[in-house]
Design a protein around this ligand. Structure first.
Ligand SMILES: Nc1ccn([C@@H]2O[C@H](COP(=O)(O)OP(=O)(O)OP(=O)(O)O)[C@@H](O)[C@H]2O)c(=O)n1
Ligand SMILES: C[C@](O)(CO)[C@H](O)COP(=O)(O)O
Length: 230
């Protein structure tokens, strides 16, 4: 059974603020996109398709030197970037993972757990962690209006895994909504599958699979790599 990973890496990294696409930022001397791809391959993925910032495809290819990956131009948002990579999936793909380049320290064990759960028959699988903070709703002025019961809530990471037909159908549906002028509000691929009524299973996530979003996250990633395997 062929396992292919799509790596959305086309974001501009505005919140990181380095003036370069986030996937090309270095963590321990290696780009985030290269670290993300290496973790996927170590986790048993057979082939990787990377969605690069349009115009930066060659830079991303150079960052991935010696790795057998396909690089395609991404799009204006994450859903579009994943959709662009989906169009490039090789024939014979059965399990497909979608994994943020920005979650570059995700342990290979999480990748394996997601793949195993799809192979076990789940159409959609996400790594999930417990929510540690108390959650509040606020009004536009920032005043708390309610405390949210966090029991039963989970923070969801990537890689997210799907049987290929499910992910294709979810993105076809999103594309059709967009073509009809309707907004697509899902912030992850599992959300697109949920919108079609697909049941999404969870496997345990890992704190090291955190998304590098801000300069503090980058400093934490650097510190983790310097500290070595935990
Ligand atoms: N048009 C986009 C936007 C995001 N992504 C990817 O989706 C993942 C999660 O996105 P995020 O962390 O929000 O990255 P950025 O969009 O780069 O962040 P920012 O909003 O700060 O610019 C990242 O690996 C990013 O490269 C993508 O492939 N295409
Ligand atoms: C896909 C994701 O990483 C799952 O937690 C997350 O939704 C991406 O969010 P962003 O809006 O692209 O930062």
């Amino acid at each position: 059974m062929s396992v292919v990973a799509i790596v959305p890496a086309a974001g501009r990294g505005e919140r990181l603020g380095l003036g370069l696409p986030k996937a090309l930022a270095l963590v321990g001397g290696l780009t985030m996109v290269a670290r993300a791809v290496d973790g996927l391959v170590e986790g048993g993925v057979d082939h990787v398709v990377v969605a690069a910032p349009p115009g930066d495809e060659d830079t991303v290819r150079a960052a991935l030197a010696h790795r057998a990956v396909q690089v395609v131009p991404g799009a204006d948002d994450r859903v579009g970037s994943v959709d662009a990579a989906l169009a490039a999936l090789p024939a014979g793909t059965e399990v497909v993972l979608v994994h943020d380049a920005a979650r570059c320290l995700c342990p290979p064990a999480v990748v394996r757990a997601v793949v195993d759960a799809v192979r076990a028959g789940h159409r959609a699988v996400v790594p999930a962690t417990a929510v540690a903070d108390t959650l509040k709703r606020t009004d536009p002025a920032g005043v708390v209006t309610a405390t949210v019961d966090r029991r039963g809530l989970a923070a969801v990471q990537t890689p997210q895994g799907f049987d290929v037909a499910t992910l294709r159908a979810a993105h076809e549906r999103a594309r059709a909504h967009r073509a009809a002028g309707e907004p697509v509000t899902a912030t992850d691929d599992a959300g697109l599958a949920e919108a079609m009524g697909v049941s999404v299973a969870t496997v345990p996530g890992d704190p090291r699979a955190f998304k590098v979003t801000t300069p503090l996250d980058l400093a934490m990633a650097e510190a983790l790599v310097t500290a070595g395997p935990a």
